[in-house]
Write a protein that binds this ligand. Structure first.
Ligand code: F3S
Length: 280
């Protein structure tokens, strides 16, 4: 059995940067060190951080004192105000590419463009972007949502950084049917676009595709979705324990990729386990 492993697996730049900032902080002192929400959407990495004394808390109210690390998704306006009011020290690990999406959204909002965000309304990155806007943004996951809208004089469009470029293009096209003027900022992270493109290329060549990443990770779920469109035998796992031997029966080629928040040590363990169970 042949294994095709993605060259772009493991942490993306923003997650790697956030992890480094957290590890450096823990090295200085892990006393009263917190993250607001899990630092990354990967339970195994969060357990590792906890073992170093970095405690994830869901709400600012649960952080009594000390230092709070903002994760790569960014922080909402309300939470930022609460953190400042409490006088907590801040380590801002918001990904610079996510910050660019914030700037684009604010620019369009301040210049009077009703804003369409292509993304998941419940994702913390989208929630944070919306919280800084003066007008309520419309969050859509597909072009169908735009076709149901009324007509506008002008519209602004941005995307959650980990969205799929093809969906983004379709939404932009649908917006052109609804407004005379459409101003678009492509805020999709280049690293995500490349990872998705490579994953689809691999999925096309194999008989079974494995995507490794946290079950709660939006970018991993999106990878699973787009790989499944070209290879129905696409499976989402978190660790080697989730591998099912029946997936590999009569299979000649297996593809392997990861979400942007999957540590490369987990990807290596999965690769090792597949090779062990299915010697060439
Ligand atoms: Fe940043 Fe792109 Fe990763 S936006 S957090 S580098 S997926």
């Amino acid at each position: 059995m042949k294994l095709i492993v993605s060259r772009l697996s493991g942490f993306c730049f923003g997650v790697e940067r956030a992890m480094k900032m957290a590890l450096q902080a823990a090295k200085r002192s892990s006393k009263d060190l917190y993250t607001l929400g899990p630092l990354i959407h990967n339970p195994q990495a969060v357990i590792y951080l906890e073992s170093l004394g970095i405690q994830p808390k869901d709400r600012v109210e649960e952080i009594p004192r000390g230092t709070v690390i903002f994760r790569s998704h960014g922080i909402s306006k309300k939470d930022l105000e609460k953190v400042k009011e409490k006088g907590l020290k801040i380590i801002d690990a918001t990904c610079p590419i996510v910050k660019k999406a914030h700037h684009a959204a604010k620019f369009l909002d301040r210049n009077g463009y009703p804003l369409v965000i292509v993304g998941d309304p419940k994702h913390p990155e989208v929630e944070a972007i919306r919280s800084y806007l003066r007008q309520e943004a419309m969050v859509v996951e597909s072009p169908e949502a735009i076709t149901k809208m009324g007509n506008y004089k002008r519209l602004g469009v941005i995307a959650q950084t980990t969205q799929n470029f093809e969906v983004f293009k379709k939404v932009v096209k649908a917006c052109l049917e609804k407004a005379v003027e459409v101003r678009v900022f492509n805020t999709i992270c280049h690293a995500t676009a490349l990872r998705q493109k490579e994953a689809v290329e691999i999925a096309r060549k194999v008989d079974c595709m494995i995507v490794i990443g946290g079950y709660e990770s939006g970018n991993t779920q999106r990878l699973v979705h787009i790989c499944r469109e070209v290879q129905p035998k696409t499976y989402h796992i978190e660790t080697p324990k989730d591998l099912n031997p029946s997936w590999f029966k009569n299979i000649k080629r297996v593809g392997l990729t990861t979400g942007a928040s999957t540590p490369s040590w987990i990807a290596q363990e999965v690769e090792k386990e597949i090779r062990r169970r299915n010697p060439q």
